[in-house]
Design a protein around this ligand. Sequence first.
Ligand code: SF4
Ligand code: SF4
Length: 536
Amino acid sequence: MARQLKIEDIGKNPEQPLTHVELQELMPLPPPYDKLEDQPQWKEIKLEQKAAVESSLDDTIAVGFPRPKTKEEEEELVEKFLSGLRKLLTRENNWTFLQPLLLSLEHCAKCQTCNDACPIYIASGRNDLYRPTYRSEVWRRIVAKYVRPGGKYFGRFTQGNIDLNWTTIARLMELSYRCTLCRRCAQTCPIGVDNGLITHELRKVFSQEMGIAPKEIHQKGSMQQLRVGSSTGMSPLVVKDNIDFIDEDMSAKTGMTIKTPWDKEGADILLIHNAGEILAWPENPGAFAVILEAAGISWTLSSDLVGYDAINYGLWYDDFQLARVALKHAEIAKKLNVKKIVIGECGHAHKAIQVIADRVFQGEYNVRRESSMTLLRDIVFSGKIKFDPSKNDFPVTLHDPCNMVRLMGIVEPQREIVRYLCPQFREMTPHGVENYCCGGGSGFAIMSPYNFQDWRLAISGRMKLKQVLEAFADHPEPETKKYLCAPCSNCKGQLRDLFSYYNVWEKSGILYGGLVELIVNAMAEIKEPFIEWEFH
Ligand code: SF4
Ligand code: SF4
């Protein structure tokens, strides 16, 4: 398979994958993960799956769109794509993102500086398909030739040629799900071109205009959240039951009386967790409750539909879905008359409600919102809780969730806490706004259809695994227990899968977990250790 691709190859040879990545081509990992024979094997797509769904990009399937049966169907889909593209480039249909989109569309100098910033491109062994610029350039050529006036005649001379057919669209659809929207490339571009935004806007055309999106983020994600109350499937009754159970467990573990308040009108804080925490990592919402109770904060959870789940997957693929979920959050905060919403440990939920929702929270809906990182920093340094940092005397490093750190600038509050409470804290290289994505960003952490899980763990998560191992290189032995603090639910989902895939707990003794668990573990008045050194 050719690793060197031309832009115009995207519309050619639909029966052949455009590229194929071999394990030996991938960026090497440090020992003991460096032996090829020990690498997890990549599942092949079955012949019947290839016949049923689009899979001609790279022998991997993320979206799984059914293959059109006739030429007419293909042409109809191409027309829909073009009409969506035209709408995307008008102010009335895309007032949210048009300005940065046009900047990115019109100003790339093709210097390729951004390529080396992309962890996916590097981890893939520098496969041309995964350059940040590949999908952007395809898109630019389509716009120049098929959307701009006179483009059929002049487009090929201004931007280069491209053939718009169903193969081009089908591959572009899959390719829009080979980028985590981490925007490391945008940060490095000397003229501010944002290839991550271009990927996001492509996903919008597929979802908003063609009804195409991965089922994990659409049907099972934002649709289920609006219908049932949470993308986890938890109804208000179930979530209350689960929190009751967590309260009992926390009371037993800490010796304190923990009773989570529900729907308390006039509370200072409406706390909204990523509801995945309640099911997968109950110690995290439990630790929040312990800290807020110990600090005497006036807070509440909401049992309204959507009010107990900060997830907002629309951020990654569909402005309408984003607005529907964000407005629910604002309505609930207003109904309860709370002073502000605080978002728990979830990066994308931070960005959805604190940054992007600014575009829809107008007038009375403009409720105050705060990150749990600043709230926790203020509590830890308020003197209201006594800490004994020697209880956290094990190696700790900190993962920076892209949405929270690079894309929002929340860099220091969580660092101030771990520097104070963790005597063996060490940074990863690079870190802060230069961080690498966990590899599960933009919805990937919850997407494992067909063989996509192999792709996201072998390629998109590879750089993060390398970084974590290097941060603990002074203690490679599994007997020394080490803690990777990741204050984001989606990142933890990806890290759980990544560590299981490579047996990181067994081989290296590295546990991942949240920030609040470290805080409670260091509370002087709690006698038993809060962190249980068990991988889950
Ligand atoms: S996006 Fe920016 S860094 Fe990348 S090729 Fe274009 S101008 Fe260069
Ligand atoms: S947004 Fe991140 S994953 Fe996507 S192309 Fe840029 S650097 Fe690569």
